[in-house]
Write a protein that binds this ligand. Sequence first.
Ligand SMILES: [Zn+2]
Length: 172
Amino acid sequence: MSGLARGFAPPPGRGYLLWGRVEELREMSNPPRGRIPIAEGLFAGALDSPRLRGSRCGACGETTFPAQNGCPSCTAQGCEEVELSPRGTLWTYTVQRFPPPPPYTGETDDFVPYAVGYIELPEGVRVEARLTESDASRLAIGMEMELAVEPFAVDDEGREVVTFAFAPIAVD
Ligand SMILES: [Zn+2]
């Protein structure tokens, strides 16, 4: 199990990291009626060719995710929105092997371990994200990763609520 980051814990309040019913949703017999993102302003463009929406500071050049008006680096206001690259490298990761405390909304009885990591994008920003691969033996720091759209839940109107994750890019 070398390569597992120690001391890594996702900060609270990041709802898009906390889905826990992905496998259940994949096995649903009735396909959901449409897809909507879990948070407004999370994605730029269509979900078929997803990009994450970030922001860039005009004063110091810092790129941040999620998009925000104020720069966390130099506190300048008025950052411009940018579409982030859909590919990056795995900076660090860990595998969640037991149900997290609330606000986790997934199964706790039938918990399925999942991986969380930071993806370093060419813009220099590190994006915290769920990983589609939860087997630590198939993950490695520095490997190429690609943005993916993953089911999170189904809302009252039967729409699939989706969030983002990163998937390892198959290398020959
Ligand atoms: Zn700045």
